[in-house]
Design a binder for this molecule. Structure first.
Ligand SMILES: [Ca+2]
Ligand SMILES: [Ca+2]
Ligand SMILES: [Ca+2]
Ligand SMILES: [Ca+2]
Length: 717
């Protein structure tokens, strides 16, 4: 009965009692204890342990072996000696050679120093790749190891398999980032016998983490993503992302540049070219996308409605993109906006710089060649081509125009003696607004010389038209010639006369009116010329400038030329000079009046003196409070003034003074009748014979009849 019990216990505990005292104890002993599993194709070897002990006395010697001889299970060590206690033996499961299935084996431990034996059953499950569920627009992170299953489509490589539900005609992008050289495949089955829908070790032909962008899903079913390695047996951490295609981001770091691609154009600035380069940094949540810039560049008078220029070239995600816009309209203000397009045709939101305008196109142009070239004498009379003139100043003219509306234009002319080649401009007209008549005054030119000339137009920026030669003749031909020239003689017999009766005004005398007539005899050695008299009349104290301010008409040589000068300023002294000028613009020296004997130019040659009659009397010194019997001091002064409030210096009449307001019946004594000197009458000894207040004085004249009343004053004791 006891033996049965032991045997029954052995059934549970694998106990064996040996006659010599050694007792084999093996744990675990249960049939379900040594159970393990591995993925199909994995090479990691799961292991377990069993304990082999001597539960009795003496020395236990043991060996272990597999009852079915299966090579997928091994025990190390497979023999040993136990004096007391126990030793641990490792049981290793090796899935490498196994197919999908359930494997059974029994480890048999024999006690060689006795007769005992223990049997330990082991079970090994080898299962196919396990599917980890995932959904689109989600990610998963994991570590690929030798314990993972063999890649269905890549024998000899480990794999993780993810499954997601797909809808027909949807598309997804799959990206793996890994710490090793990863490889990814997409399929509808884990069937090693057929190639997957797609597979790659790269991303958009770029070596690195693999991606499968924009995979169209042909049917509605579960799709499998196989994350494996490029090299056999490689492993490591990775992240898998499965996403729908997404819109690009808005462009960033917008810039506008000149064609050199370097010079940034400030917002609102003017560019002198009909093109602009747009630049922005593009990005897209789909990292494998290639991107391009789309733009809309419109005059500010037009609103935005959609891209109106060709798209820019494709660039990598996160890279600056360029778009060259040409053919812009001149003299036009533009605004623009840009967006990012990806290789799927998706576009992101618009971005703009917000300038109004962003830039202005204003392309400068050189002026057009001058037209209607003409030549004239200094007095404006035209010169026929090849003609000889007896003046040394010529006016060369032309019509200028420029494509730039606001430009200011000049006519540059080059006048050379015939036989001297053209080299560059000799004279220029003043600048006039675009479209105006251009006239260059040239001279004085040397006489006895034949000339040819040409002209061009210059704008304010210095841009020049082509030269146009005058006359349509050979440059060896004469355009005009200047004859031998004489200058006028200095004027003689200078004289100044009243404008009324032409009576002479003596040197330093007065002009009776606000104009005078100045004259002189003009002459020239070439008696055929006509001559005029230039005069310069200046107030005394202002020196001559050499510029005439009055000129007589032209007259014959040897005659007296006269010019009326005025209106003159009142009570100002003037000095003057004169010169002769002929019809060709040639002049004599200036001669100051009087020609003989002269006077200092600080002295007036004539003065326009004017007297205005008084129209009012004014107490310019009022009477003040005075002690009885003393003269009113300071002396009372009465001034005769003209209509302008100025002292009538010509007034020399008698001013009579009397008491005005007189409440006391007082008498005024002293000199009460005073003859005005230069319009001013001074009363130095007026007295009032009674004390009182509120006295006033009244001043009167008879010729003209004027009167004035003073301020009130008092007489005190
Ligand atoms: Ca995208
Ligand atoms: Ca221009
Ligand atoms: Ca010519
Ligand atoms: Ca003088």
């Amino acid at each position: 009965m006891a033996l049965w019990l032991v045997a029954a216990t052995c059934r549970l505990d694998q106990l064996f009692v040996h006659a010599e005292g050694a007792l084999l104890c093996v744990t675990p002993s249960g049939p379900d204890t040594l159970v393990d599993s591995a993925a199909l194709g994995s090479t990691a070897r799961p292991s377990d342990t069993i304990s082999i002990g001597n539960c009795g006395g003496g020395t236990l010697r043991w060996t272990a072996s597999m009852s079915q001889g299966g090579s997928w299970l091994s025990i190390r060590p497979d023999s040993g000696v136990v004096e007391t206690g126990s030793v641990t033996a490792q049981v290793v499961f090796d899935p490498a050679a196994l197919g999908d299935g359930i494997y059974h084996e029994t480890i048999v431990v024999n006690s060689t120093t006795g007769t005992g034996v223990a049997e330990v059953p082991a079970v090994f499950y080898v299962h196919p790749c396990r599917i980890v569920p995932i959904t689109i627009d989600d990610s998963a992170a994991a570590i690929l190891t030798a314990a993972d299953c063999g890649a269905p489509h890549r024998p000899g490589h480990y794999a993780r398999i993810y499954g997601f539900p797909g809808t027909a005609n949807d598309s997804v992008s799959i990206a793996v980032s890994a710490g090793f050289d990863a490889y990814v495949a997409l399929d509808t089955a884990l069937d090693a016998g057929r190639p997957p829908l797609s597979e790659t070790g790269d991303c958009a032909s770029a070596v690195g983490d693999p991606c499968l962008p924009y995979q169209r899903l042909p049917r509605s079913l579960t799709y499998f993503v196989e994350v494996t390695s490029a090299a056999a047996g490689d492993a490591g951490a990775f992240t898998l992302r499965i996403a729908h295609p997404r819109l690009p981001n808005a462009p960033a770091t917008l810039d506008q540049r000149l064609g050199d691609s370097v010079t940034s154009v400030p917002t609102g600035a003017t560019v002198n070219q009909a093109s602009i380069l747009l630049r922005a940094v593009l990005s897209d949540p789909d990292l494998g996308d290639s991107l391009h810039l789309e733009a809309e560049v419109r005059p500010i008078t037009e609103g935005f409605s959609g891209p109106d220029v060709p798209n820019g070239p494709a660039v990598g995600n996160g890279r600056p993109a360029w778009l060259s816009v040409s053919g812009l309209s001149d003299k036009t203000a533009y605004h623009w906006r840009v967006r990012t397009g990806d290789n799927t045709g998706r576009t992101g939101p618009w971005a703009s710089r917000g300038g109004n305008p962003d830039f202005v196109v204003d392309v400068p142009h050189p002026p057009n060649a001058p037209t209607a070239l003409g030549q004239a004498r200094g007095d404006g009379v035209g010169i026929l081509t090849g003609a000889s003139i007896d003046t040394d100043v010529v006016i060369l003219s032309g019509v200028g125009s420029d494509p730039d509306p606001g430009d200011m234009l000049r006519l540059e002319v080059e006048v050379r003696p015939v036989g001297t080649v053209f080299t560059g401009p000799t004279h220029s007209s003043p600048a006039v607004p675009n479209g105006g008549q251009l006239q260059a005054i040239v001279g004085p030119l040397p006489g006895s010389t034949a000339y040819h000339w040409r002209a061009r137009v210059v704008d304010q920026a210095g841009a020049t038209s082509a030269w146009v030669a005058y006359g349509g003749n050979a440059e060896s031909a004469t355009d005009f010639s200047v004859a031998a020239l004489n200058h006028p003689d200095p004027p003689a017999a200078l004289a100044q006369q009243q404008s009324g009766d032409l009576s002479p005004i003596p040197v330093g005398g007065n002009a009776a009116a606000n104009t005078v007539v100045l004259s002189g005899v003009v002459s020239e050695p070439n008696a055929g010329r006509t001559i005029l008299l230039d005069v310069e009349v200046e107030p005394v104290g202002q020196t001559f400038t050499g510029r005439p301010n009055y000129s007589s008409p032209l007259g014959a040589s040897g005659t007296t030329a006269s010019v009326t000068v005025g209106p003159l300023s009142e009570n100002i002294g003037y000095h003057w000079q004169a010169r002769a000028r002929d019809d060709g613009g040639r002049t004599s020296a200036w001669i100051a009046f009087p020609d003989a004997p002269g006077n200092p130019e600080t002295d007036p040659d004539f003065t326009y003196e004017v007297q205005h009659p008084p129209v009012q009397l004014v107490f310019t010194v009022q009477p003040t409070a005075t002690r009885l019997k003393l003269p009113i001091a300071p002396p009372v002064v009465v001034t005769a003034q003209d209509a302008n409030g100025q002292t009538s210096t010509g007034f020399t009449g008698t001013v009579t003074m009397a008491l005005g307001t007189n409440l006391t019946g007082a008498k005024l004594s002293g000199t009460t009748r005073v003859t005005a000197v230069a319009g001013v009458a001074t009363f130095s000894n007026l007295r009032v014979d009674r004390t009182g207040f509120l006295y006033t004085l009244r001043a009167t004249t008879l010729q003209p009849p004027l009167s004035a009343v003073s301020a009130s004053f008092s007489i005190t004791r």
